[in-house]
Write a protein that binds this ligand. Structure first.
Ligand SMILES: [Zn+2]
Length: 128
């Protein structure tokens, strides 16, 4: 069997070392809570003083929003909950960043490899 381009490893050294770095950090993952957290001083009640002019704002509180079965669910956290779980929200955000980075890297490899394969195939038959 002759050596064709598809036998060639499409993943370069630089790609491998980035993947290894991401995987190493993922391997250190702690607990992770989904969704987003926002510090708010207004509430959802339309007639509340926090929407008045001038507004009488609430003491800052942390609102946790996430999707459950495509429905947005919000929940307020107590100061104690926020102190205790803040890091878990940060962990989840970092995990999402790492996964996005890994996917971008993988897409780069795929696109590069595909264009190499296309170039190789050019002239040797109909293209898709
Ligand atoms: Zn209010």
């Amino acid at each position: 069997m002759s050596m064709t381009l598809s036998d060639k490893d499409p993943i370069g050294k630089r790609h491998r070392s980035r993947q290894a770095r991401i995987a190493a950090e993922l391997g250190q993952a702690g607990f992770a809570l989904p969704g987003t957290v926002l510090v708010r001083t207004t509430c959802g009640k339309k007639n509340c003083g926090c929407h008045a002019d001038p507004p009488r704002l609430h003491r800052p509180y942390v609102q946790w929003t996430r999707k459950i079965n495509n429905k947005t669910v919000t929940r307020n956290l107590t100061d104690e909950q926020w102190q205790r779980y803040r890091e878990w929200f940060e962990n989840a955000r970092r995990l999402r960043e790492l996964l996005a980075e890994l996917e971008t890297l993988s897409m780069e490899i795929f696109e590069q490899d595909s264009s190499d394969l296309d170039r190789h195939r050019a002239g040797s038959g109909p293209s898709a």
